[in-house]
Design a protein around this ligand. Structure first.
Ligand code: CU
Length: 540
């Protein structure tokens, strides 16, 4: 699709953002190295503005956000605004080599996008190699001025960013893994707002959430971990979930939140227990045989008037393989689906797609075993190249996906995308497989939210399972876990022209090629085409 941009069209493009009713908010992100000590060891890390986690980006619905990113480090950098729809502005989306070439050392790029029809918590993170391990932060989108939350106004709001920490340089962890063809080392700790809490052989500080008795707090919880899905809980307190991935939910009360990398959860916390200290804990979820960092990170919820040194009420940590705890959270999620915030689930489907998600092993003459681990959607391992628009809508060879794995587990390499006409509707069944090991894949779609209309264990049954789809109030989000040895069905409307990445948000699987892209074509209407690329779009 070749297109030329004439000066007149550029004028139109410049005029458009001004038509939005919100404010323009300017931010500067300086990407710089910083020495950090954690787990009683120091290392230089890549940060934004010297901060870990990075700065919080605040805006309101309909505001335009302009972020000038200046790269002062020796790595190529991009920033992704995870969950921001980027209507007509895929140039500001950020995944390296999908919508932009990286910002090279010494260079800069201005991300410019409008937060149309979105409010809630999202995150930003680097979207190249494994830099997002330390380059991430919160995006807080408040409702339009004068528009209340659809839940009681909290006394205060607190952002809680969950992360994963390696003592080693994560770029080295990545490059050693790619070179050897073996799995990367698991992390050494999990972190809450950057703090791992008490750690074996290191009396490390934990995060403290100060609360006043009788008040209610809104926690904006973000999983910015690289490879780990997490449970979050606070001893002695239930949480009332009101939003996920910047979409309001029907409120529900639960004692443990399940949150995958790239996901966000807003929950109300009522400080209604006796004035003491309570443990806040994050622990990994892994219900298969894959090795994982199994350390719990803890912080403290401290009531005003309680000494910091007072013993804390302990939290009961879910078992690492507690699938039932995962499901009781996921199965409680429903869209608010109110008059003001309707769930516009596509009821007709133009493209019915079925993607298998699998690991695999491909030959590699320079690797340790002469082979390397890879991953694929419909047996296509996504690699860098010139794209073709022939990504298969179904597995090339159907098999018993969750049964005994096939003996040939080699994948094909490709840079294949799937083309969608403007405003077409998509149903996508993501099917886990048992190849090497069945595994949970938190899968992220750029450029659109989707509705999670169904999930199940085993193989998706196209005759039986659609009868149980929820087309009334399914949860709307941008990242969804595909259960271990099971499937998830999503629907979305392709109303955002551009190139949109779909990938597993476990960085290890993205590295291995568990990714593809949709190309949504321009529509015919006046606001239905991709805006021209900005003049400072980085070159490769
Ligand atoms: Cu995955």
């Amino acid at each position: 699709m070749e297109r030329r941009w004439f000066p007149a069209m550029l004028v139109v493009a410049v005029m458009l953002p001004a038509a939005a009713e919100g404010l323009v908010r300017h931010y500067k992100f300086s990407v710089v190295m910083k020495n950090i000590t954690k787990l009683c060891a120091s290392k230089p890390i890549v940060t934004v503005n010297d901060k870990f986690p990075g700065p919080t980006l605040y805006a309101r619905e309909d505001d335009t956000v302009v972020v000038r990113v200046v790269n002062h480090v020796s790595y190529n950098v991009t920033i992704h605004w995870h969950g921001v729809r980027q209507l007509r502005t895929c140039w500001s989306d950020g995944p390296a080599y999908i919508t932009q070439c990286p910002i090279q050392p010494g260079q800069s790029y201005i991300y410019n996008f409008t937060l149309t029809g979105q409010r809630g918590t999202l995150l930003w993170h680097a979207h190249i190699t494994w830099l997002r391990s330390t380059v991430h932060g919160a995006i807080v989108i408040l409702p339009k001025r004068g528009v209340p939350y659809p839940f009681p106004k909290p006394y205060k709001e607190k952002t809680i960013i969950l992360g994963e920490w390696w003592k080693a340089d994560t770029e080295l962890v990545l490059s050693q893994s790619v070179k050897s063809g073996m799995p990367p080392n698991t992390s050494d700790a999990h972190t809450i707002n950057g703090y791992p809490g008490p750690f074996p052989n290191c009396s490390s500080q934990g995060y403290t959430l100060h609360v006043e008795s009788g008040k209610t707090y809104l926690l904006r919880i973000i999983n910015a971990a690289v490879n780990d899905e997490l449970f979050f809980k606070i001893a002695g307190h239930n949480l009332t979930v009101v939003e996920v991935d910047a979409s309001y939910t029907k409120p529900f009360s639960i004692d443990t939140i399940f949150i995958g990398p790239g996901q966000t959860t807003n929950a109300l916390l009522a400080a209604d227990q006796s004035r003491r200290n309570y443990i806040m804990a994050i622990s990994p979820f892994m219900d298969t045989v894959v090795p994982v960092d199994n350390l719990t990170a803890t912080g403290i919820m401290q009531y005003t008037g309680t000494p910091a040194s007072a013993p804390a009420v302990k939290a009961s940590i879910p078992a690492i393989n507690a699938t039932s705890v995962e499901f009781s959270f996921i199965d409680s999620l429903r869209s608010l689906n109110s008059k003001q915030y309707p769930a516009n689930v596509p009821l007709m489907v133009d493209h019915s797609l079925f993607f298998t998600m699998s690991a695999g092993v491909n030959p590699c003459s320079t690797c340790v075993n002469g082979s390397k681990l890879v991953a694929a959607l419909n047996n296509v391992t996504f690699i860098k190249g010139v794209y073709t628009d022939d990504f298969p809508g179904n597995p090339p060879t159907p098999f018993n996906y969750t049964g005994t794995p096939p003996s040939n587990i080699q994948t094909t390499n490709g840079t294949r995308v799937y083309k969608l006409a403007y405003n077409s509707t998509v149903q996508l069944v993501l099917q886990g497989t048992s190849i090497i090991a069945p595994e949970n894949h938190p899968t992220h779609l750029h450029g659109s939210n989707f509705f999670a209309i169904g999930k199940g264990l085993g193989n998706f049954d196209p005759n039986k399972d659609p009868k149980n789809f929820n087309l009334v109030d399914p949860i709307e989000r941008n990242t969804i876990g595909v259960p271990t040895g099971g499937w998830t069905a999503i629907r979305f409307r392709a109303d955002n022209p551009g190139v949109w990445f779909l990938h597993c948000h476990l960085e290890v699987h993205t590295t291995w090629g568990l990714k593809m892209a949709f190309i949504v074509e321009d529509g015919d209407g006046p606001n239905q085409s991709l805006l021209p690329p900005p003049a400072d779009l980085p070159k490769c």
